[in-house]
Each structure stands twice: as structure tokens, then as C-alpha cells.
Design a protein around this ligand. Sequence first.
Ligand SMILES: Cc1cc2nc3c(=O)[nH]c(=O)nc-3n(C[C@H](O)[C@H](O)[C@H](O)COP(=O)(O)OP(=O)(O)OC[C@H]3O[C@@H](n4cnc5c(N)ncnc54)[C@H](O)[C@@H]3O)c2cc1C
Length: 438
Amino acid sequence: MTDQPRVEIYTKGNCSHCDRVKDLFESKGVDYEEYNVSENDERFEEMVERADGRKTAPEVFIDDEHVGGWDDTHELDETGELDELLGITDDEVVEHRTLIIAGTGIAGLTAAIYAGRANNEPLIIEGDEPGGQLTLTTDVANYPGFPEGIGGPELVNRMKEQATQFGAELKNGIIESVNDSSRPFRVELRNGDVYTADAVIAASGASARTLGIPGEDELMGYGLSTCATCDGAFFRDEDMLVVGGGDAAMEEATFLTKFADTVYIAHRREEFRAEDYWVDRVHEKVEEGEIEIMKNTELIELHGSQEDGVDHVTLVENDAGHPTDRLDDPETEEFDFDVGAVFFAIGHTPNTDYLEDTGVQLDDEGYLETKGGDGGGQTETHVPGLFGAGDVVDFHYQQAVTAAGMGSKAALDADEYLEDLERADSSAEEAEAAAADD
Ligand SMILES: Cc1cc2nc3c(=O)[nH]c(=O)nc-3n(C[C@H](O)[C@H](O)[C@H](O)COP(=O)(O)OP(=O)(O)OC[C@H]3O[C@@H](n4cnc5c(N)ncnc54)[C@H](O)[C@@H]3O)c2cc1C
């Protein structure tokens, strides 16, 4: 590329968002300078100064202008503004594909491995979380075949390599809509690119939830995070608050003890939802004085500034649980609490917006409904040719190995559908040719 603007990226070690932002520029053929701030205090200070006080990596600059972190860069890419900043012009792409897979999490990548081997040449659209949720964890100890455990990003990268080896193609982008009113499907990306596809597998997972409380928008990325493994190291020796009571909250709290002075867990009920394994690990840390649990407690406000990060938070507590439902109760105590960083770990929302105009059925929370049951066709949705796999369907198990299992089923179901389609097409062609001969 000629006349390319200067792209600078501040990164740190073991940072999945940093890998994503680099992959994005590489996929556009754009050169960049990388400054790793891990173990380099001068670079870190420089990054914080240039990024107006932001202490999270990556931070991206184009021609000295601050673009922001992964989320900001990705959003600009989706609106096409990033290409404008980079001087890339591209007209609407219309290409036909046999199979499009939404999502490069464990479900989408497993589907791609199977579909690639079945010669269906899948195109996988990465979405706003390339590699999916597993890229947010450093330690996957329960994925079969790795007795020593494996890092989430490494597992995902190996799967990507395996999928591309069998002919799958990965593309940055978010699917905005799927049109099922005629065949082939019309799949439109947020940046305006359009594809047609004979079959589609929805493996779009679920996104981290936030609370919608005062201070949240202002401080997200400035001391508030939904990814402890990405940002925990930036708040070394601070007191940290983890909000949530499920597996992710327990794992993140345990992980943060590596950096925090003390980790506090605020959970709105008395009992944790997490597996006993994680609750036991947290209790070990409580005994060691590294974690303190605040039960029946909810976060209602974050205080601080983008310059100085989180200063303190406001919490409410009521022994009966769910204190925000009891704000008028005299037993509800409201108090300020000093912490230097806050991590949300409060569950996920299924990513199904792009399917809303199709004939698929979604449950009350937006999870995609599939046929399920025994025998073939378990991943079929109510739209023939559109299949569902992984956490976007499975609100109950939500594990890497179950997502992989569903991904393989979706690819096998899609292959059967595509073969039927091909047979039907060739019978129609034969009938047409016979009619022409008569
Ligand atoms: C912190 C953490 C730790 C975990 N640890 C473990 C563990 O140790 N073991 C385990 O078994 N499980 C673990 N899990 C759960 C596991 O990560 C998930 O069950 C699994 O990743 C689900 O895979 P998936 O492919 O269904 O969805 P996801 O991993 O959520 O991937 C969804 C994909 O869809 C893409 N997408 C979304 N919307 C669109 C769109 N509109 N267009 C295109 N693409 C889209 C996203 O960008 C993403 O690539 C953990 C989860 C978290 C958050």
C-alpha cells in the first residue's frame, strides 16, 4: 500500500485484544509499529500520556491521532471509517459462498474444521470478539487432550490453524443481517460487504453483560473492565472489586490475586452460582487473606475520572439479598468503598440481533432455538439451511467442549443439507434438459 499513514500500536504480553488489533491491521495489509509496554515503564508512561490517561493496552494511533483500544478500532472498522483513515477504498463486495459461519469461537472454528474437510469451503466471519470468549482466559484445564492445561488464545489459534489448513477462510467483520426471504441467503456485514450463501451456521456466542450504572460508560477502559485477564496487570497492588457470583467471577477473582492487594467479590445473593471447584478455590484464597467476599451486596455507582481511573464505588447491602430491589428498606445499607479497579463478571447476552428478521425462533432471553433431540438435524433452526451451535443456543452448559461438539454437529447437518440441495439442483437441471430435448 502506498502513502499509508503511520500506525502505532502499544501492546502488552499475553493480551488477546492486542493480538486482535494487530490481526486487523495485518488483514488489511497495513504496516504498523508496535511498542510493548510490558516491563517497559517509559513506554507505559508514554502510552498513558498520549492516550489521555488510559492505562489499558492496546492503544492505537494513526498519524499521531489517538484512535483508542480494540473496541474503538473495531467500531471504526465496522463503520468503514478505519478504512477512510487508512486511505483504503473498497466498493461493496458481492461474493457467493457455499457456507458462511458467524463467529470464530470454539463452536464456529470446530464447524469450520468439519466443513472444510467436507469441501464446503466455509467463510468464517470473526465478529467483534475474534476467537470468542475463550481468548479471555489464560488457563483452560478441562478441554480434553491437554492434561497440562492450555491457554485459551493458544487453543483458539491452534483451531484457526487447523480450520484454515482444511480450506476455511477467516474474515474480520460483523454480520449485520441475514436475509432468508429467498435462496441463497443474503448475508450483509456492518461495513456494507455483502455475501450470498447456500447455508449459514450461527455460532455467534454470547457477550459480556454490564450493569448500566452511573460512571460505567465514562470509566469503561479507565479502571472498569469486563476482562480480568486482559487488564488485571495494569492495576498491580490496587484493591480490586469483582462483581458476580458465577464461574467467571470466581475464576477472575482468583486470577486477580496475582496482582491485587486484596480482591473483593460483590455478589447480590447469599449463595454462589459457581461450580464447587471454583467456590473452593476462592475460599482457599479467602483463608490466605487474598480475597474477601461481600455477599448480598450490589454495586450502584462508580466514581473516578478518565485521568485518574476508578477512585471508589458505592455499594448497597441487605442480608435478605438483592439489595437494589430493597433500596427503601431501612435495613439496606449504602456505603462508599475504596477500590482501584472494577471487573464485571455478570453473565452474557446471546448475539442474535442479526437473525431477528429471519424466521428463526429465539427464546425470551434471545437464545437461538434449534431442533435438538436425537439423531441427525439437531442443530437445525426453524429456517431450513440455517443452523445454530455453541453458547448462542446452549444457555445451560456453556463450555468449550460442548460448543465444539455442537459446532461439529452443525457442520455435519449443514453438509447433509447442502448435499440435498445439490441433488435437488441437478435433478431440476436434468428435468429442464429433458424438457428442452422434447
Ligand atoms: C473468562 C472465561 C473463562 C472461561 N473458561 C472456560 C474453561 O476453562 N473451560 C471451558 O470449557 N469453558 C470456559 N469458558 C466458556 C467458553 O469460553 C465458552 O463456552 C465458549 O467459548 C463458547 O464458544 P462459542 O463458539 O459458542 O461462543 P464464543 O466463544 O462466545 O464466540 C462467539 C463468536 O461469535 C462472534 N460473533 C458475535 N456476533 C457476531 C456477528 N453478528 N457476526 C459475526 N460474528 C459474531 C464473536 O466475535 C465470536 O468470535 C470461559 C468463558 C469465559 C468468559
